[in-house]
Design a binder for this molecule. Sequence first.
Ligand SMILES: [Zn+2]
Length: 506
Amino acid sequence: MARSSLSRLAWRPLGLLLCLSLCAPPLATAQLPSLGGGEGMTLGAERRLGDQIARELYRDPDYLDDPVLQAYVEDIWLSLMQAARSRGELSPDQDERFAWEVVLGRDRQVNAFALPGGYMGVYLGLIAVVANRDELASVLGHELSHITQRHISRLMSKEGQQTPLMIAALILAALAASKSPDAASALMVGGQALTLQNQLRFSRDMEREADRVGYGVMTQAGYDGQGFVTMFDKLQQASRLNDNGAYPYLRSHPLTTERIADMQARQQLKDVGPVPTTLEHSLIAARARALSSSNIDQQRQWVAEPDAAGFAALPVNRQAGVLYTAALAARQLRDYPRARQWAIRLQDKVRGNPEAQRLQTWLLCEIDLAAGRPETAARLPLSTQGPRPALFLAVQGRLAQGVSAEVEAAAETLQTWVTLRPHDASAWQMMAAAWRAVGKPLRALRAEAEAQVAHFDYSAAMDRFKAAQDMVRRGGEAGADHVEASIIDTRAREVGLLLREQSAQR
Ligand SMILES: [Zn+2]
């Protein structure tokens, strides 16, 4: 058994997985009920299962809340959901009860996966490799359709004998195994590895349905259906070149000639060649590329790329992407003068293109923040109306400058933001830092607690609530904040109940 490979697994519940895999009776494939007949899990049960899985994903070191990439993917995701709604693919019940959250993973693999309860995992490798929004929308539309068509719940119902925790563990193990294929054999005992793969695989009919529904949803949302065809081409080419598991999306979604033929038939009247990339997408893909690698040699290579012969001959979108990756890589290497130099050179390439200009501005703010020049980010307005990356940069700029009135204004703005978006853990965390900076530790503790609640870590949240209650008991200035103290008591009771429910599910 390859013990050494275990340490490479990033998933925290590893001990749990091993324990359950060893203790649970082998799953007997032959005795499973057939797929067609079952109703599947209830929406509520599927959502609870999804929350359990999401909780582990949020704890994973590879989990990444990058506001820029998150906003880009979410924008596509929300437009697809809207289309699914208007086509009647997404039932009001499911709409309301599922999470519909995109969870990004800092992984170079080209992969995206629908999880129970409306969670959607997307690896940076996918964002880096797609040529435009349309290709990304084709993958997300396909995955969304696995969710709306209740394919996941039907797969899960095959696990009828298993507890939700066991199913969550199986899914996490499958994800871990897809990241590190040789670890699969270490995790799974006997025939379980194979059984697991079979259990969690969508049937061919499900794949065809997800293609058909996904195509309808993405074209209705205004994306070019050609993105579906070029994405298939891309994956197929990649599988020819490279069959070592670097494209796990293929393993879970085998490209049968049948699926490709179906898709070409859908598109045949509109065969207009590949959809061109946009300047904005080139920068987004460049960001995903830069953030998915922590390899220093690779980053150095990227930093040098704009100087290389041949750069000038590249099309402008490519030049912009190369400059963006170079600037971000230089920032990661803490070579701030170089990072700035490339970010400023990027300015010429994005002029006249508002989406790309915005990305360049945020990049420069980010570099200057790291370089100890917070004034660039602090110039951005504090507004809950604009995009999330801009708000976060505006807050970080003010926090770094440390002018009390400004930091307090930042905390208040975030307060408004989280009232509308209580699941935004990063906003709660930033708010905690802002309240602490202006000497309001009670509010800071509550914000920290809410950040944990947003990621379903109720036990960590209770620790913060208790610390806050202790602080109130000790009196002093914190004890005088009666309104906050009463909110904390109420929230501590509510979260205490959630914690008990969570423990009872185990
Ligand atoms: Zn699929």
